[in-house]
Design a protein around this ligand. Sequence first.
Ligand SMILES: NC(=O)c1ccc[n+]([C@@H]2O[C@H](COP(=O)([O-])OP(=O)(O)OC[C@H]3O[C@@H](n4cnc5c(N)ncnc54)[C@H](OP(=O)(O)O)[C@@H]3O)[C@@H](O)[C@H]2O)c1
Ligand SMILES: [Zn+2]
Length: 353
Amino acid sequence: MVTPETETMRAVGFHDHGDVDQFELLTVPVPEIDPDEVLVEIRAAALNHQDLFAVRELDHYIPEYPFWGGGDMAGTVAAVGDRVTGWQAGDRVVVDPTITCGECRFCRAGEQSMCEQYEVFGEHRKGGFAEYAAVPAANLHAVPDSIPFETAAAAPMVTGTAWRALATRAGLEPYESLLVVGATGGVGHMAVQLAREVLNVDTLYATTSTAEKAAFLRDLGVDHVVDYTEEEFSARVWELTDKRGVDVVYNNVGGETWVPSMRSLRPGGRLVASGATAGPTPPTEIRLVFVRQLNVMGSTAHSATDLDRALGYVWDGTVEPVVQETFPLEAYAEAFRTMADREAYGKLVLTLD
Ligand SMILES: NC(=O)c1ccc[n+]([C@@H]2O[C@H](COP(=O)([O-])OP(=O)(O)OC[C@H]3O[C@@H](n4cnc5c(N)ncnc54)[C@H](OP(=O)(O)O)[C@@H]3O)[C@@H](O)[C@H]2O)c1
Ligand SMILES: [Zn+2]
């Protein structure tokens, strides 16, 4: 068993909720591990929009201050609890960010993201924006030697979420068309890749806000990119589909994109949502739901099977989280600013040597 040389560590977190200026470099105790847990020495932790929500508005989830997020983390095993088998010091690992009980009726049915005691690293538990993290051994996935820690850390949350939404929940078929709203973000750009490379969709549409981001999406294989700052996207999708509409819309943005997403769908189409970055309570249009007989469905994170499948596609190179930029832990302020200012496409990752 390898134990940390010091009893304290650096972490990037906050003492109170507010905005990204609340983040600071902290010196905190190295976490202790329970018998079923593993201490991971963090080498990379990816930012998710969740980390902005955590500091801005999720104070009802935060167990104690100071709190640090970072649900997506990769590194090496530093120490294992007494009851842990199958993992040893030095193993390269990435952590499943969701914590589930394994015993409730949903877990037993394989629906871990519906778990009655569902929690997430980065919201309910301190995560990987630190030198070490204590995680249940059940949350570990081995990282192949060919995959850098930055790529591994960038993968679980966004790849698992996008896979579940498109494959498990929406049941997207190869002959269908898909519109991804908010496609350049972490979840969005993995949705694009999974739809193109794994689910083999017929026609792929996506919305974004700048010419640079549009080029990024075309490089990932999007057939038609619509810049919603220049034209109303549902009208453009209607035109591009010869007034037929798309089969499926994946929307993590919410806000004023909600009704246009429904307008972009064919009769009987499916709208799947797993986020509401621009607002959770938009006006809606119930007549569209019943006249077009739409299916509106939600999706959250991933089941164990969803994550296994999603990570498998990353490990074998079928899809790849695009790490736009890495920042050493101390440069956290610039990383969070980049995400908050919507300059990011793909993933931003904090690294530790
Ligand atoms: N349910 C779950 O389990 C789950 C899991 C993961 C993520 N999520 C949610 O999914 C959403 C996306 O997460 P993410 O980590 O992929 O975020 P992200 O990397 O920050 O991407 C968000 C994207 O949304 C677009 N966007 C449109 N309107 C926006 C606005 N008003 N503010 C900010 N961005 C806007 C931006 O792209 P353009 O500029 O190109 O429009 C941006 O690239 C978040 O709401 C997150 O909480 C949910
Ligand atoms: Zn459960």
